[in-house]
Write a protein that binds this ligand. Sequence first.
Ligand SMILES: *Cc1c(COP(=O)(O)O)cnc(C)c1O
Length: 375
Amino acid sequence: MKKIQMVDLQSQYQKIKEEVDSAVVNVMGSAAFVNGPEVKEFTTELQDYLGAKHVIPCGNGTDALQIALMALGLKEGDEVITADFTFAATVEVIHLLKLKAVLVDVDYDTFTIDTEKLKAAITPNTKAIIPVHLFGQCANMEEVLKIAKEHNLYVVEDDAQAIGANYTFSDGTVKKSGTMGDIGCTSFFPSKNLGCYGDGGAIFTNSDELEYKIRGIVNHGMYKRYYHDEIGVNSRLDSVQAAILRIKLRKLNEYSAARNSAAEYYNKAFANHPNMLTPVKAAYTDHVFHQYTLRILNGKRNELQAFLAEKEIPAMIYYPVALRKQKAYFQESNDVDFVNTDKLLDQVISLPMHTELDEEQLKYITDSVLEFMNK
Ligand SMILES: *Cc1c(COP(=O)(O)O)cnc(C)c1O
């Protein structure tokens, strides 16, 4: 059996090696390493794929979030609401910009922001909401957008984990994750669903005004060469990464389908187990399974992880600590009513999930999990 990994980028690369190698060599030959034709082509192709009016590439997903918040022109102390159960970057950038991070609980089944608690957290100082499309499915965007409209708030989607997922609104309209709010942000970190071979990120928007601002901010606040209208950053996607991303974007739907097949295999094996809950997909969204995350109900999640490690099956706890409890982000005022997050911290375990899992590996993983859980 092939060695099991959380994410098997080597096997995936072997299948596209010829195309990738020749694309990389071409960039070397062109010497257009930054903002070359590959970046422009990729940007257009991603716009078409997403149905987004504008895609602005940048250095990584964390930059994307920071630049998005900078583009909104928020002032020190303005409040930004996001979920307590997410990767730290979402909250880190809020603090970096001296805005106030207001963290709220997530829904127990979907792991995405609890919209009732979101509503309750709104104050006159609230300016923006960052719904995180965690583990590969969209947050309840219809509700988030409704709340945002009622209270005149910006919506910045953290789409680092769900690129390619479709969201269906109650009127039947279908949109891609990251294109529903004012701004969408994604990451092309190697292990993400659309990953490059280094760092990369992108910002999406349908607003011409925001696009103009964002394009300036990613490039030192420069709208005319050597005229700096505001303080920006230096954040760009290089041409080698863009060339690789063009190849992988063409395969993204195929990759999402492969992840869904693996998830189906897991779901079937674990269905109706008294001590395990399989991932719950909300009706309004596709799932692109950035992670396949079980909830273990018998209190033996850590033992299960150790048991699997002995069998050389990696499994990860995303995330072990609530962001509100992290030393860097601790705020007394945030520490209320996080029943779901707190339960999830003790229950979640993510199994290997990637595009190259074969049946032999899936059988070995599911047999091993069940061996432990049925002991
Ligand atoms: C990966 C990730 C980010 C940050 O992306 P980087 O490219 O690593 O900076 C932000 N938010 C979420 C939810 C992520 O998973």
